[in-house]
Ligand binder design. Structure first.
Ligand code: NAI
Length: 271
């Protein structure tokens, strides 16, 4: 019997697949046998990522609904049937108060992080539903589950979680599962640039997580790929936090933070 983790014969499209969490998904899906389409606004990086895993690259801006629709129909005309979709394309914002937050930036964050996710679901997910099979994972964020000074990003990610529930019910009878993964603080170019600008404090982020660590992109990719796989065939409409316990530990800062672990845990090698 084929492994439930195997993706041989399946075609996966990963938006934002040229960098960070999306790139880790591309690599893991290719390792597990999927044919991968790396979709990104950065054509050069998408081509490099696709070449490295024997996949193909597709350049489009997820915020451009017409471009998403043409990418979807171009693939169908080539006979490529996308049956796995990871909506990972996204941008972050600086923590500005509303009186200093440029409306154009607000609109761009919502256009990419929420509307772009919807556009890709609407185009590729509808095609999956017509064919009667598929799985989608939308990348949300712990920022969509808690209050933060990110007045476009957090609501956009909360909307992604809600959209995931709506579409899971919409397409369940058509054989399409739709789930979300909410990463915690993951060391990618996007987070590193915020740390370098002094907008996020790496030590504080670690201190506020139960496991006391930042996250590697491959660990988020593992959660995403699990939800895409047959191992998760009865799971739909959920939002799975992959956050090193940031959601449960943050409120402990009121009490001075989580307790230090046992000496044995502190001397154990990472892994
Ligand atoms: P990243 O910046 O390393 O990668 C994002 C990719 O998306 C880039 O290749 C970029 O070119 C592409 N992209 C950006 N705008 C696009 C557009 N309009 N159309 C098509 N492609 C576009 O970012 P990272 O950190 O890997 O983030 C990936 C996703 O994970 C995002 O949705 C982000 O909000 C989410 N996330 C990341 C966290 C982190 O700590 N890194 C935490 C929680 C969520």
């Amino acid at each position: 019997m084929a492994s439930l983790k195997d993706f041989t014969g399946r075609t996966a499209l990963v938006t934002g697949g040229a960098s960070g969490i999306g790139l880790a998904c591309v690599q893991l899906l290719a390792q597990r046998g999927a044919r991968v389409v790396v979709a990104d606004v950065n054509a050069e990086a998408a081509a490099t990522a696709a070449d490295a895993c024997g996949g193909s690259a597709l350049t489009f801006d997820v915020a451009d609904r017409a471009a998403v629709a043409s990418a979807c129909s171009a693939l169908e005309q080539q006979g490529v049937e996308v049956d796995l979709l990871v909506n990972c394309a996204g941008i972050v914002q600086s923590p500005e108060p509303p009186d200093r937050f440029e409306h154009a930036v607000f609109q761009r964050v919502v256009a990419i992080d929420f509307e772009g996710t919807y556009a890709c679901c609407a185009e590729f997910g509808s095609a999956m539903a017509r064919r009667g099979k598929g799985a989608i994972v939308n990348v949300a964020s712990v920022a969509g589950m808690r209050s933060m000074p990110l007045h476009a990003y957090s609501p956009a990610k909360a909307a992604v979680i809600s959209l995931t529930e709506c579409l899971a019910a919409e397409w369940g009878r058509s054989g399409v599962r739709v789930n979300a993964v909410s990463p915690g603080y993951t060391v990618t170019a996007a987070l590193q640039s915020q740390i370098d600008l002094g907008l996020r404090d790496a030590e504080r982020l670690k201190a506020n997580s139960a496991l006391g660590q930042l996250i590697a992109p491959v660990d988020i990719a593992r959660a995403i790929v699990f939800l895409l796989s047959e191992e998760a065939r009865v799971i739909t409409g959920i939002n799975l936090p992959a956050d090193a316990g940031w959601l449960v530990a943050g409120s402990w800062s009121t009490f001075g933070g989580v307790r230090p672990g046992s000496p044995a845990a502190q001397t154990r090698p990472a892994g």
